[in-house]
Ligand binder design. Sequence first.
Ligand SMILES: [Ca+2]
Length: 264
Amino acid sequence: MGAPPTLGLGMPTPVGSLIGQGLAPTVSQSGGSGNGHLPDSVSTLIFSSGFESGYAGFNDVADNEITTAVALTGSQSTRIPNQSTGSKFGVLTKFISEVDEIGLRGYAYFSSAVSLPNLPAGGLHMWRAFRGSDPNGDFDGPIIDAGLARARIDFVALTAGGADAIYEPSPTYNPAAAAFTDRWVLWEVYIKLNTPGTSDGIVKWWIDNEDTPRVDISNGNFRSVAGAAFKINRVNFQSNVGGVAADWPVAEWWAVDDVEIWVP
Ligand SMILES: [Ca+2]
């Protein structure tokens, strides 16, 4: 096998993303001290992975693949195939100590060959930050409405109480659109759970190192059960593609590289 193709052409320098390679996170992007656009309240880096040593440090890995087909840094990333056959359900979980707020950074790669079909009861579930399933924060790809084949953030409160909510990026972000395919796209996500019973939860989602977050809300209500302390205790950097067995081309996949978890 020859040298793996890395996708450096035409991309911005992946600043702040080299810690998975054993390098110190000394390069800073705007708006933070090494944590990019994430606020200073989540300035402690507790986990990073560039996948050069496989899935070291992850607590749960299923059906994902280490690949040299694409890589942002180093020679490897991880990719998830679709699960339309029912035999695939990608999970890449990192358990963490409970927190009320969290920052996630990492790079996503979608090939222009990915169709991201809208599925009647599924879609592409990309990143998840949650405690078990309550509350459950998804970063979803295609959604139910065929006219809305774009990414969104979907919070499901479940037994944590609160209110389910969907946050659509503005402007629209469709990871399968030509502007975002065949290259690595930086995602930065900040979540601060609300004071139970008060709608003061924060969600921000930056794409492509843009200064303005495409999702920027400060009135989230993800938990309301009196006395309960539903917190974030895990992150799925890859979840499942498909959600249901449907007409998703078997060969399709998307990739992730250089992921980071930041906490207070
Ligand atoms: Ca890598």
